[in-house]
Design a protein around this ligand. Structure first.
Ligand code: TXA
Ligand code: MG
Length: 345
């Protein structure tokens, strides 16, 4: 049985938080909302508890978990060799959607770090997550609360549909504001490296700590197996439909999608295009609107991929987005959900 707690982030029911915190303290699993996506949490310092996360998600165990905290002081318990740049990042962006990779202390079990000698740490800003972490007063390992390979859930309904009865507790707390998982920044070398792009962008980081690299393995399929964040090498964010990115000038993209979808319809295939609101009426096939700007696209993307499944599409085309700012994170997730399939318009 899963204990379900519906909690309003503007009027947090402390009794419900206590009940869910108790589950975590007893070495069991609780799903909770964060500002990025829902997380599937367990005590990061307890092998038996964290192994329940891998089991619930069906996740390969060489893929390390992010450890969530509510107070910067907890970083010293978990990590060592904390650089000046790391302190700047924590002060500037925490609580918020960025995970930092530091050298781990022995207290962090290998199952949490996926066998690496580093640990990923994040302080979320979502008020429910903060309250829960404070009440538990333990570092909580939490990957995104999806079955491994599926889009990360950003809405309570999706979490419930996919994970009810796979975990011990679920806190339903409304929609996640950013909608894409946190930026993962490796701070174990002189020049910090982005291992997973997110809402805190390369530009944001460079404005406070100078040069930041991007793991070159992120951009190409062939290189993806060498990605430094083990999670980036797996097939990911995949709906049941076959996803294709259609690339080119927007007028050509619209023409191409209309041509392709016309052919698909003749073959009896159900298809849709994920697009910007302003282009919606130019398509002759079904549309899944992502929003009017990059922030809205980021926030709606995983929801759109799950909608594609609910509406049983065979094929989903998507517009391509600029790789600037949060666009880099959007294109990273889209490329993975499309299995790197790009059609030139
Ligand atoms: O926004 C988020 O980060 C969400 C919420 C729940 O906080 N969590 C999340 O966790 O996305 P997960 O497990 O789905 O993704 C963690 C990513 C994976 O790609 C993993 O390989 C990478 O971070 N990662 C974690 N620890 C790492 C480490 N020590 N070194 C390199 N990569 C690491
Ligand atoms: Mg994930």
């Amino acid at each position: 049985m899963t204990l379900i707690s519906k909690i309003d982030e503007n009027d947090i029911d402390k009794q419900e938080i206590k009940k869910q915190a108790e589950i975590l303290k007893n070495g069991n699993t609780v799903i909770f909302p964060t500002e990025t996506v829902y997380g599937l949490g367990a005590n990061a310092l307890d092998d038996t508890a964290t192994s329940k996360i891998y089991a619930a998600k069906g996740r390969p165990s060489d893929n390390p978990l992010i450890v969530h905290i509510y107070d910067k002081k907890q970083v010293d318990e978990l990590a060592t060799d904390i650089s000046e740049k790391a302190h700047i990042i924590m002060d500037k962006f925490w609580p918020g959607p960025i995970t930092i990779i530091l050298k781990k202390k022995d207290i962090v079990p290998n199952i949490t770090s996926g066998g690496l000698d580093t640990v990923g740490i994040r302080m979320p800003s979502n008020p429910i997550a903060k309250e829960l972490l404070k009440e538990v007063n333990l570092p909580i390992a939490a990957p995104s609360a999806n079955i491994s390979g599926r889009p990360s859930p950003t809405k309570g309904k999706h979490v419930y549909d996919e994970m009810n009865n796979r975990v011990d507790g679920i806190i339903l707390g409304g929609d996640c504001t950013f909608g894409l998982e946190s930026t993962v920044l490796d701070l174990t070398n002189d020049v910090p490296t982005i291992l997973r792009p997110g809402s805190v962008t390369k530009e944001d980081l460079e404005s406070v700590i100078g040069q930041v690299n991007i793991d070159p393995a992120l951009e190409k399929k062939e290189d993806n197996i060498k990605a430094k964040a083990p999670g980036m090498k797996y097939k990911h964010y995949s709906p049941n439909a076959d996803v294709y990115i259609v690339s080119g000038h927007i007028d050509d993209v619209i023409k191409k999608v209309n041509e392709l979808s016309n052919n698909n319809a003749k073959e009896g295939l159900k298809c849709a295009v994920m697009c910007l609101e302003q282009n919606k009426n130019k398509y002759k096939c079904n549309t899944i609107v992502l929003g009017q700007n990059l922030e809205e696209v980021a926030s709606n993307l995983f929801n759109a991929l799950i909608t594609a499944d609910e509406e049983n599409y065979d094929i989903v085309y998507t517009e391509e987005f600029s790789r600037c700012g949060v666009g880099r994170a959007i294109m990273n997730r889209l490329l993975k959900s499309a299995g790197y399939k790009i059609i030139k318009a």
